[in-house]
Design a protein around this ligand. Sequence first.
Ligand code: NAD
Ligand code: NA
Length: 396
Amino acid sequence: MIIEPRMRGFICLTAHPVGCEQSVKNQIEYVKSKGAIDGAKKVLVIGASTGFGLASRISSAFGSDAATIGVFFEKPPMAGKTASPGWYNSAAFEKEAHKAGLYAKSINGDAFSNEVKRETLDLIKADLGQVDLVIYSLASPVRTNPNTGVTHRSVLKPIGATFSNKTVDFHTGKVSEVSIEPCAGDDIENTIAVMGGEDWAMWIDALKAENLLAPGANTVAYSYIGPSVTEAVYRKGTIGRAKDHLEATAFEISDSLADINGKAYVSVNKALVTQASSAIPVIPLYISLLYKIMKAEGIHEGCIEQIQRLYQQRLFTGGEVPVDEKGRIRIDDWEMREDVQAQVAQLWEQATTENLAEIGDLEGYRKDFYNLFGFDLAGVDYKAEADEMVQVESIA
Ligand code: NAD
Ligand code: NA
């Protein structure tokens, strides 16, 4: 069928298989162009189908010739209805990995559940024996705790006071004022339950209990800090509490891995357009200004550039992994550069509907957003019929 983007609010209901494949191929080419990385060889990526997790899987496979197992939660296609983008990304990734002679298998299901953990442990046991790197890159609005059966929903709200600031509807370019009411009730606890470190620790405990972590194995989860304009709704809001919990969990996991000489890291990554970040008010305006400055400075990065740099210049240098005073790896260093932030803050004051297209990178934002769904990629013929029924090779 001919597949076009169909928007509803901040989400796109369709995805283009050929565009997603092109996006994955572009990322593979980028990693290859940067040379070999002396990294992990058997890698489990939890949240492997889009964003930073997909970039991690690609960086391991095509930077270090690693065998990868990817876990994700994506919608397969149905006749006449496209799959979710992560499904097509994973299909393309496996196809390219298999062509390159690399082991790659995937598990599609709820990573928070005992069943998917069981299935993953069994697959590692049968095929790889052990893994030496576990990337934890889930982004989800909801989690059912398998031990209690309670379903928690995360919220993106400030704590204590209403937050008002500028935002942009990136479809129309309209800049307006938004007010976000503070969280209430169990919002903080629920957000921590979904996006904090509990499930990460459960994964590592389960792997360790069955001796599936190789000596010296590392695990990495991703976090965000960001600027003062987004602080109330992000780092000092409910999601920030979850990130605090995730970061604290890294120390607990490291303690539990001491006997196998393993370590848990949190890497603080840069703000990027993903399905999740588009839905947070204020963030799209910040990102469109940030992109403009970082592109002008020649330091703009997407997920793949970020993770390739994380691997080559932080995790796998052969030396000590550089961390900040809180033990975190920082690949948001260029975003947080003082000169970059000073310029963004200045533009923030000026931004209006009338000038945003000029002072901000609204076009770049939109392009990245469309690219997430496989649209607007160079070299893809969107007028041609595309087969929506593309399958992930390892998933029956
Ligand atoms: P994403 O939405 O692109 O990826 C999320 C992944 O999780 C997908 O592979 C999805 O299939 C998977 N997933 C979601 N729920 C699942 C479930 N129940 N079971 C199995 N898989 C599930 O998100 P992203 O932006 O790459 O975020 C990954 C991590 O990076 C998050 O911790 C996020 O906070 C962090 N981060 C994001 C940004 C940003 O600007 N986007 C910046 C810094 C850090
Ligand atoms: Na991810």
